[in-house]
Design a protein around this ligand. Structure first.
Ligand code: NAP
Length: 230
């Protein structure tokens, strides 16, 4: 007797963002028969709970991802990763081709400068580091892997916000640590900026709602934002 052809849809979301979590929730609700899997790189120790299945860790390059797609008979691949997570997005293009399945890209649009924004737009994190004036008090709103780059700026006070406490002490000479996720509202972010007497924010133009509150707070306070463009 011949086996029944598999008809159950399997969707793999490359995640690690709030938008990917929202998408998983929508897809699980809309396609109750489908298998919805979110893939996380495993950078966050305690990620927020997700709808559907979750798998964690790298695939082993584009070939590894293609192997996962084939082995799990994935029918749709959705790239909902962070816009600055470039490697996994490149891998997704190659892997989808190898596996012969469609790739949907749902990465966020960048933020657009508003008339009252005081943005200093730069092309790289190195340029952002060099654009900080001596004596500034900076909210460094970046992932933990980018903090080391700023260690040469011992003439600047940094406030570093991280979701998880760092495993080793930060290499920055003069800094304060704030453990937690970004505030949801401009008012919350304003309180943080005032409490630490921040003069500048350094961040990347990530787009999306989750990290926008600090941009709004800076706008309201007339504070310069040194922002890395895509
Ligand atoms: P990346 O530089 O593009 O990827 C580096 C490697 O990490 C990839 O080659 C892949 O390993 C693995 N990887 C990345 N995302 C993965 C995922 N969703 N599932 C399984 N493996 C993944 O990525 P990144 O900038 O380190 O970001 C890692 C994750 O954090 C992403 O899921 C991203 O959405 C999220 N995130 C990133 C940022 C950011 O600023 N970059 C901010 C917020 C959230 P293999 O080659 O072994 O498959």
């Amino acid at each position: 007797m011949q086996a029944e052809p598999q008809t159950r849809e399997t969707i793999l979301i490359l995640g690690g963002t709030r938008e990917a979590a929202e998408l998983a929730k929508q897809l699980v609700a809309r396609h109750p028969q489908a298998r919805i899997i979110t893939s996380l790189a495993g950078r966050t120790k305690e990620p927020a709970p997700l709808a559907g299945e979750v798998r964690v860790g790298g695939f082993g390059g584009p070939e590894g991802l293609a192997r996962f797609l084939i082995d799990n008979t994935v029918t749709r691949l959705i790239d909902a990763t962070h816009p600055f997570a470039r490697q996994i997005s490149t891998n997704a293009v190659t892997a989808a081709k190898i596996a012969g399945i469609p790739l949907e890209v749902k990465t966020r649009e960048p933020w657009r400068r508003q008339p009252d924004d005081h943005w200093i737009e730069v092309g790289s994190l190195e340029q952002a580091r060099d654009a900080i004036p001596a004596g500034a008090r900076v909210l460094l709103a970046l992932g933990s892997q980018h903090i080391d780059l700023f260690k040469t700026r011992d003439d600047v006070h940094f406030v570093v916000r991280m979701v998880d406490p760092p495993q080793t002490p930060l290499a920055l000479a003069d800094h304060a640590l704030v453990i937690g996720r970004p505030g949801d509202t401009a008012a919350t972010e304003t309180m943080l900026l005032i409490a630490h007497a921040i003069t500048h924010i350094v961040c990347r133009n990530s787009g999306g709602k989750a990290a926008y509150a600090k941009i709004e707070a800076a706008r309201q306070m007339g504070m310069p934002v040194i922002i890395v463009s895509r």
